[in-house]
Write a protein that binds this ligand. Structure first.
Ligand SMILES: O=C[C@H](O)COP(=O)(O)O
Length: 403
């Protein structure tokens, strides 16, 4: 999902700036190619506008997640205000360039077009020839690439997800811009049954793709009816207040993923665990539970982590105002990525988004976002303030653009 930072906006509106992306796992770097033909700005603007493709990477982009309005802070009124703020916030479709396929063709096309321009402009109006010689074949290729690669997430490069309490999901889904996705804060461990009070899954489609399974055919479940694409699992309050164990949380994650629901998998240590030097061990143990259950549902293949976002939330930082320092957060994110590399695969380690949560706000997000392995944020208190949340979103987008 994308939020537009000023830097993105300025690049998009700058006809002399051609921006393309490269991917290293999920971490996307941008190349800036300054056009040296400044006098041909309208020419390049025209060309560039046709070179842009919506986000079409097969790899999911970085994510920002708002866990909006948990606990006492969630009221109908505060949720309405959040939705209203987010709907009016400057969140722009983050247009990206499908570099790996388009860029070589783009260079060739620019070269041919320049040659064509200089030849035709000497004898007649190049505008007469343009649609026939350059434009049409190029558009055909772009159209083909778009079709073959697919456009995901409405062209967004950074996901924004709002996770209201269950009772407000319908309200949020019905009033929030479709630019922002919706998550539940929890779900039940499996398909339906007599589990009074539990919220079950029923997902038939995910990002436009139909998912059918025997489980699904047998279940008539609830969250899908409300349009949730994500679920947060393993949040510290579920672990330490409700008493959910690793095994139980892992099962939920596996079930959600098997139904095509993205999982925001929370991990994190208590203060005493950090002070005892057990931070990594705790996180590894929690990761192991997620990974173990994933491997069960993907028995015939490597477990897919494409729809998993790991959220590192040190418990001592949640709702306390004591944010982890960028170095502390980065250190754990690196360790988690390393764990994924050793225990799942190098590719998964590279691709998986690891976001940070715990007293993130508009004032500290930029420094945190600068860290290489912090791919986004899980935001509690600050997510209730729409403009501040927009600042947090933009810090992630700005990082992506600057990378
Ligand atoms: O519940 C949300 C996250 O755990 C973080 O909350 P916070 O940003 O208020 O510390």
């Amino acid at each position: 999902m994308a939020a537009v930072s000023t830097s993105v906006a300025s690049q998009i509106t700058n006809p002399n700036s051609v921006v393309s992306t490269q991917f290293s796992g999920l971490r996307r770097s941008f190349l800036k190619l300054e056009s040296s033909v400044s006098t041909q700005s309208s020419f390049f603007q025209n060309v560039d506008s046709h070179l842009r493709l919506s986000s079409s990477s097969r790899r999911a982009p970085r994510g920002v997640v708002a866990m909006a309005a948990s606990g006492k802070n969630g009221t109908k009124e505060s949720i309405s205000k959040l939705v209203s703020d987010l709907n009016s916030a400057t969140l722009e479709a983050d247009v990206v360039y499908f570099n790996t396929l388009v860029f070589p063709f783009k260079l060739l096309y620019l070269e041919l077009s320049l040659v064509h321009y200089f030849i035709t402009s000497t004898c007649c109006s190049w505008f007469l020839f343009w649609p026939h010689y350059g434009y049409s074949p190029y558009m055909l290729v772009v159209w083909y690439l778009k079709r073959s690669v697919g456009v995901s997430n409405g062209g967004m490069a950074v996901y924004v997800v709002v996770a209201p309490p269950f009772v407000y999901i319908d309200q949020v889904k019905n009033s929030l811009t479709s630019r922002i996705e919706v998550s539940a804060q929890n779900c039940w461990i499996s398909k339906g049954g007599a589990f009074t009070g539990e919220i079950r899954l029923r997902f038939v489609t995910y990002k436009g793709t139909q998912y059918y399974s025997s489980l699904q055919l047998a279940s008539v479940e609830q969250l899908k009816d409300l349009g949730c694409q994500w679920v947060i699992l393993g949040h510290s309050e579920r672990r330490h207040v409700i008493g959910e164990k690793d095994e139980f949380i892992g099962k939920k994650a596996a079930y959600a993923l098997s139904q095509g629901v993205g999982v925001i998998a929370c991990i994190g240590e208590l203060l005493e665990e950090r002070e005892a030097g057990k931070t990594f061990d705790v996180c590894y143990q929690q990761m192991k539970a997620f990974a173990g259950k994933l491997s069960i549902i993907y028995v015939n293949a490597l477990p897919s982590w494409d729809n998993v976002v790991v959220a590192y939330e040190p418990v001592w930082a949640i709702g306390t105002g004591k944010v982890a320092s960028p170095e502390q957060a980065q250190e754990v994110h690196v360790a988690v990525r390393d764990w994924l590399k050793k225990n799942v695969s190098e590719e998964v380690a590279s691709k998986t988004r690891i976001i940070y949560g715990g007293s993130v706000n508009g004032g500290n997000c930029a420094e945190l976002a600068k860290k290489e392995d912090i791919d986004g944020f899980l935001v509690g208190g600050a997510s209730l303030k729409g403009p501040e949340f927009a600042t947090i979103i933009n810090s992630v987008t700005a990082k992506k653009v600057a990378a």
